[in-house]
Ligand binder design. Structure first.
Ligand SMILES: [Zn+2]
Ligand SMILES: [Zn+2]
Length: 344
């Protein structure tokens, strides 16, 4: 195993190393808002132990807490769990285990970053009480909200996430970032401040901050789905509840989605005709746009998002380097950027 502190291998090499490792891995996510005085030291502690245990993933640490999306070889799970629970910052932290488990890895390396915040929300936390979060909703309670004509359900995720899957009757703001979502939602709902409002997101972390923010903005009855869509699926299966989430839950690892409902609810971005909820990155590295593509279009455009990208990719590297500077400016307006995916 390469030392994660010194892992400078190119991405393709990392990918191949992981692909040749057939051990089953458990994909897990967890978060906690907890005071961490020295995030850099905390990062090193995690990196050392999780490197030893051959974990892979993307983890953010900040003074305000931790947000982790990662996977762990199943054979190392018990040791991982015992170690995590023994850390004072993490004792009792609830895990959200991915719905789909398999030998293929959902990450290609272990990255732990120190950030100002564990989720980029654009809020000034000194201006409101971040601990005044909304009450939690269980899956059964969420279903009751879906059936209640008086209740409002808000998808707190970005447009590219809600496009492929969402709760029945949810309001899905057309936004590219969580930062934008927090500005748009209170404005959109301002005449409903007395109504029952339920928020949800992928794994629950965004709603912790969002529910406190909504309460600060004058909403009197804000609750949020505990553990997000990931945990909703587990509860629905465990308790034999009807599933009211249609389609796929977008996840921030190499899988890009977990199927929750059986139906495909979105369309291919290239032909707008065939149904598709499979995200792909454009093969042209200087574009790298994330798009929904049907099999027909993927074959026709050879994995590129457009014929332009296909043509540009045949140019010499020297020319591509020059174009790269302008390319994303030209393509601005596309919300499907890898950079944005990493910011959640
Ligand atoms: Zn298509
Ligand atoms: Zn492209």
């Amino acid at each position: 195993m390469t030392d994660p502190l010194r892992d400078m291998r190119p991405r393709e090499e990392q990918r191949q190393a992981v692909a040749s490792d057939n051990r089953p891995r458990r994909t897990v996510s967890f978060y906690r808002y907890v005071r961490i005085d020295d995030p850099a030291a905390f990062r090193l502690r995690l990196l050392k132990k999780w490197g030893e245990l051959e974990c892979l993933g993307r983890i953010y640490v900040a003074n305000e807490g931790i947000n982790a999306q990662m996977n762990v070889p199943v054979e190392n799970w018990a040791e991982f769990d015992a170690w995590v629970q023994a850390q004072p910052e993490l004792t009792g932290v609830p895990y959200k285990i991915a719905v789909e488990e398999g030998p293929s890895s959902s990450f290609y390396k272990l990255t732990i970053k120190v950030r100002d915040k564990v989720v980029a929300d654009g809020l000034d936390d000194s201006t409101f009480d971040v601990t005044n979060t909304g009450e939690y909703l269980t899956a059964a309670e969420m279903n009751a909200y879906v059936d209640d004509p008086e209740a409002i359900i808000i998808d707190m995720r970005n447009a590219y996430e809600s496009e492929i899957g969402h709760f029945e009757k949810a309001i899905k703001p057309d936004v590219d970032t969580f930062r934008e979502e927090l500005q748009v939602v209170p404005e959109l709902l301002k005449i409903h401040k007395d109504k029952k409002v339920a928020l949800y997101c992928t794994g629950g972390i965004r709603c912790e901050k969002a529910s406190a923010w909504m309460k600060h903005m004058g909403f009197k009855n804000v609750k949020h789905l505990k553990g997000g869509v990931i945990d909703y699926k587990h509860q629905v299966e465990r308790e034999g509840l009807p599933n009211k989430f249609k389609g796929k839950n977008f996840v921030f690892d190499e899988r890009l989605g977990e199927r929750i409902g059986d139906e495909v609810i979105s369309y291919c971005h290239l032909c707008h005709k065939n149904k598709s909820d499979e995200h792909h990155h454009c093969k042209n590295q200087i574009c790298h746009k994330l798009f929904l593509g049907c099999e027909e279009c993927l074959e026709k455009k050879n994995g590129y998002c457009s014929y332009t990208c296909q043509a540009v990719d045949t140019l010499p590297t020297r020319v591509k380097k020059i174009i790269a500077r302008y390319y994303n400016k030209l393509k601005r307006g596309s919300q499907f950027k890898k950079a944005r995916l990493k910011s959640v």
